[in-house]
Design a binder for this molecule. Structure first.
Ligand code: KIV
Length: 272
């Protein structure tokens, strides 16, 4: 059990801001279903992200764009039923908040009301400022997401490191300040140079949670299926694999198949 798990019975958005103040790092992982959420929550992970990466990981799409609001709500409500301690944050999917602030608020309300989650996450800075403000005004906590924002992949054209050039780095720094000013409780910073991420984390009072953003930020997030080795074809430099579940599961499934075919399974004790 982690120190943080003993200290905090239930993680709230305020807990995360307090953790930053105390210099305690924040752990965050994705989950899209009840069973995984129960394990992640039980392990003492502070924040569970119901990411729109479900579009890739669960549904096999190439990008995060196709997943719908209804599908995100289905995943989120399954996750919420599995947790007792973690803060559950849900991505508002592509196309459900970009067109206007009223639509953004409607989507955020549906997520909160129908799933029981605790906060929403949106990608972007200045461009979505009015939508973020509208959601916050309704009392819904918002997590920002800057740097590589996968919902804009067709604009970037590539998943390579963002904000290496001064102009983009300056915009990112300004966007982080803006999201803090309007009232976001935290920001995910994806795939940017570690030096820049550290500078951003120092410049704001809200937690910066990095993915491929180095160790100078306030917490880390990974896609659970990546870190437990279920997505073996995905191998970015920032990913640390803690398990090789692809190999473990393949071995188990092969052995089961052999046992069925040889008549070894079920044995006398495994029947009624
Ligand atoms: O959708 C997701 O899983 C994310 C993380 C990569 C931060 O946004």
């Amino acid at each position: 059990m982690s120190v943080a798990k003993k200290e905090y019975k239930r993680i709230t958005t305020k807990t995360l801001v307090d953790m930053k103040k105390k210099g305690e790092k924040i752990s965050m992982l994705t989950a899209y279903d009840f069973t995984m959420a129960k394990i992640v929550d039980g392990a003492g992970i502070d924040v569970i992200l119901v990411g729109d990466s479900a579009s890739n990981v669960m549904a096999g799409h190439e990008t995060t764009l196709p997943i719908t609001l209804d599908q995100m709500i289905y995943h989120a409500s399954s996750v919420v039923r599995g947790i007792t301690r973690s803060l559950v944050v849900v991505d508002i999917p592509f196309g459900s908040y970009q067109s206007d602030p009223k639509e953004a608020l409607r989507s955020a309300i549906r997520i909160m009301k129908e799933s029981g989650a605790h906060a929403v996450k949106v990608e972007g800075g200045k461009e979505i400022k009015e939508s973020v403000k509208r959601i916050l005004n309704a009392g819904i906590p918002v997590m920002g997401h800057l740097g590589l924002t996968p919902q804009s992949i067709y604009k970037f054209g590539t998943y390579t490191v963002r904000a290496k050039e001064e102009e983009e780095a300056d915009k990112l720094k300004a966007d982080a300040k803006l999201l803090e000013k309007v009232g976001c409780f935290a920001i995910v910073l994806e795939k940017v140079p570690a030096k820049l991420a550290k500078e951003v984390a120092k410049s704001v009072s809200i937690p910066i949670i990095g993915i491929g953003a180095g160790n100078g930020v306030d917490g880390q997030v990974l896609v659970t299926h990546d870190m437990i080795g279920m997505t073996k074809e995905f191998n970015p430099r920032f990913l640390r694999r803690y398990l090789d579940l692809d190999a473990e599961m393949t071995g188990a499934f092969r052995t089961y198949s052999e046992d069925v075919k040889s008549g070894d399974f079920p044995n006398d004790k495994e029947q009624y």
